[in-house]
Design a protein around this ligand. Structure first.
Ligand code: NAP
Length: 328
């Protein structure tokens, strides 16, 4: 198996977790890391035994034998950082959300196409065996025809004005950061809604805090979703059908356990454990894509990234949550 050499861009919280999982994947290697700070890059490289480290993202572009970069910077930087590597024909796995709005998503997808280079949004939820099984079960009709779903994602963010989640200029706020997960699930099970209703409260930092979302579909279907950066919620998702329901247990965006069954009958519960932090599945998927010369993943497609951002835009519009990037 051809080894895939990974580079990491932006050495914050998620970069640590992702890097820990690279070593769990056969044929994946931590090759290089890049930070805006040379000291941070050197320390990170030492901690995880990276071959190369760089004190700027630009320097990583010229790193020899680099196959793919994982972009783990704040949302507002995703477009610029992805472009840097795509224009140099280096494959990109970019953290969610792929960019700030649909205009930016169209731009970055166009970059990938014009440079004929691999790009995937790191929507890791799509690659868990439990997610795949839940989709197959719902498709098999085990809960009947899908009618409604409920999903929530809330955490309690302690007051820290320097945290990217609370900084408007970095794309902070609940909708883009975690609302994206229930919305992603709604696309998987229901497709695009015909109507989007959403209301947000504002955090004292200025970003959107808690948001209640109702999505209405053709054929009298509905999704009821919630996200919050100030309240810890169960982080569960349940899809209800005409015969029964299926639940993705907490935390549903990195699922291990699902339960399903007919209403009034015994519920079946299945757990599929995994190693590490759960990033191994997307790391493996990207490696397989690169080995087979693909420019796009079959599950987390470019169209899915477009649809997801279109939905995020609709929710933000309804909830009146804007960013400077929207006006450009
Ligand atoms: N898939 C998941 O499970 C998951 C979980 C959490 C977050 N995420 C996504 O990953 C991205 C990063 O999240 P995080 O929680 O890891 O953030 P974080 O801890 O704040 O780290 C972000 C890193 O980006 C770099 N950076 C570049 N420009 C920056 C700027 N202007 N201000 C601050 N940092 C800047 C910094 O690295 P250097 O100083 O090294 O350059 C920083 O450490 C977000 O887009 C988020 O949506 C995904």
């Amino acid at each position: 198996m051809r080894p895939i050499n990974w580079g990491i861009v932006g050495l914050g919280r998620i970069a640590h977790k992702f890097t820990q999982d690279i070593r769990l994947v056969e044929g994946a290697r931590l090759h290089a890391v890049a930070s805006r700070s040379p000291e941070k890059a050197a320390a990170f490289a030492e901690q995880y035994q990276a071959t190369h480290h760089f004190g700027s993202y630009e320097e990583l572009v010229n790193c020899p034998d680099l196959d793919v970069v994982y972009i783990a910077t704040p949302h507002a930087q995703h477009l610029e950082n992805s472009h840097l590597f795509l224009k140099n024909k280096i494959a990109v796995l970019c953290e969610k959300p792929l960019a700030m709005n649909s205009r930016e998503v169209d731009q970055v997808l166009a970059f990938a196409k014009s440079h004929d280079t691999y790009l995937m949004e790191a929507m890791w939820t799509r690659f868990f065996p439990t997610t795949k099984e839940s989709i197959a079960l719902v498709k098999s009709g085990v809960i009947g025809e899908v009618k409604t779903m409920r999903a929530d994602f809330g955490f309690h963010k302690a007051w820290d004005p320097s945290d990217r989640v609370l900084k408007k200029e970095l794309g902070g706020g609940g909708i883009l950061d975690i609302g994206i997960y229930p919305l992603f699930l709604s696309l998987l099970f229901f497709g695009k809604p015909k109507e989007v209703i959403a209301k947000s409260t504002k955090h004292r930092s200025g970003v959107d805090d808690s948001t209640a979302i109702t999505l209405i579909y053709e054929d009298e279907k509905m999704a009821s979703l919630y996200c919050s950066v100030s309240t810890l919620t169960p982080v569960e998702a349940t899809v209800y059908g005409t015969k029964g329901s299926l639940k993705l247990h907490s935390r549903f965006h990195q699922p291990k356990t699902l339960s399903y069954g007919n209403y009034y009958e015994e519920i079946i519960t299945k757990t599929t454990p995994y190693l590490g932090n759960g990033y191994l599945f997307e790391i493996e998927a990207v490696g397989n894509d690169l080995r087979s010369g693909k420019k796009e993943n079959d599950l987390m497609t470019h169209q899915m990234s477009r649809d997801l951002m279109e939905l995020l835009d609709q929710v933000r519009k309804a909830a009146r949550v804007t960013y400077p990037q929207d006006a450009i």
